[in-house]
Design a protein around this ligand. Structure first.
Ligand code: SF4
Length: 306
């Protein structure tokens, strides 16, 4: 890929986007310059819903594998491109299908909820999908006598169990980016900014969530900070979120709870790779039809409830 100036690269991306009748979707953990060229930015479910709604034939999904898979499950007729095929999700990888199947043999009667951050094949074995924004709501629709297995994030499982007042069997996975944030990190930053409200994602550890003024999805965090009169916030989620937070709230101040909260997989997407995807229509994400149909059931159950 030649090293052309950024403006030329962006012009070329837009020209190929038109030629391909494509749209670009970018998660808020993406690099700033990728968020800036996107037609829509947001969390994984919002982006997949946009993918399903759009008339565009080609979707360039700037995110990680499970997100592009979800878009493909919801819109099999469209071409779903993931500009860097190696952009995976270590949390999703913590629930490999063989281990999930083994667990289900041990617990044959449980209701299975899989977080949207799981592979298509894990979703296909699930009764319901959920996001960090609707996990509590989904759990509340499951009869009280039914045991629940929650895959793959143990911290989100803990948050959901406490909120919904239900016993949940957690899969022992975690997001390395959120789990890295410790109570001590937060206390240190709070001392530096005593007026700031602490907003964290529920993938953070329970002891971190206990210190928060607000716990919610990326979209929840953005909405909370935009609608709240407070001027200062400490943010406990991936650092890409600072881009929309600052853009939407130029008069407010945002401080990271930890500078370490960077998702390396999310940062693998570059402008050059987006251009390459549009030109070559690759790498393409296709979920095999038998898996797609089963995962769609779990996703649709979630969409109907929320
Ligand atoms: S931030 Fe965590 S959950 Fe999100 S893609 Fe990265 S590793 Fe996966």
């Amino acid at each position: 890929m030649d090293n052309q100036p950024k403006e030329n690269l962006i012009k070329e991306i837009f020209s190929w986007k038109e030629k391909r009748e494509a749209i670009i979707l970018a998660h808020v953990y993406q690099p700033d310059e990728i968020q800036d060229i996107a037609d829509f930015t947001g969390d994984s479910l919002f982006l997949s819903q946009q993918a399903a709604k759009t008339q565009a034939k080609v979707i360039v999904f700037c995110g990680v594998q499970f997100m592009a898979e979800t878009a493909s499950i919801l819109s099999p007729e469209k071409i779903i491109l993931l500009p860097e095929i190696k952009a995976g999700c270590p949390l999703s990888d913590m629930a490999p299908i063989e281990k999930v199947k083994k667990k289900l043999k041990e617990l044959p009667k449980v209701a299975i909820i899989s977080y949207v951050n799981s592979s298509a094949v894990v979703k296909s074995l699930s009764d319901y999908c959920c996001t960090s924004a609707n996990a509590v709501q989904i759990v509340q629709t499951i009869p009280a006598e039914k045991d629940i297995l929650f895959i793959p994030d143990k911290n989100l499982a803990d948050f959901t169990a406490r909120k919904a007042k239900r016993n949940i069997i957690p899969w022992q996975g975690y997001c390395p980016v959120h789990n890295i944030l410790t109570k001590e990190d937060v206390i240190k930053v709070k001392k530096l900014h005593p007026q700031a409200l602490l907003l964290v994602h529920p993938e953070c550890r329970p002891e971190v969530c206990n210190l928060a003024d607000y716990i919610g999805s990326t979209r929840g965090i953005i909405e909370f900070a935009s609608n709240n009169p407070a001027k200062e916030y400490i943010i406990g989620t991936e650092l890409g979120i600072f881009h929309p937070l600052k853009k939407n709230n130029p008069n407010k101040q945002f401080f990271p709870a930890s500078e370490k909260m960077i998702c390396k997989d999310m940062k693998l997407i570059t402008l050059e790779k987006v251009l390459h995807s549009l030109k070559k229509l690759e790498p393409r994400i296709i979920v095999p039809e038998n898996i797609r149909k089963k995962s769609l059931k779990a996703l649709n159950r979630m969409i109907e409830i929320t």
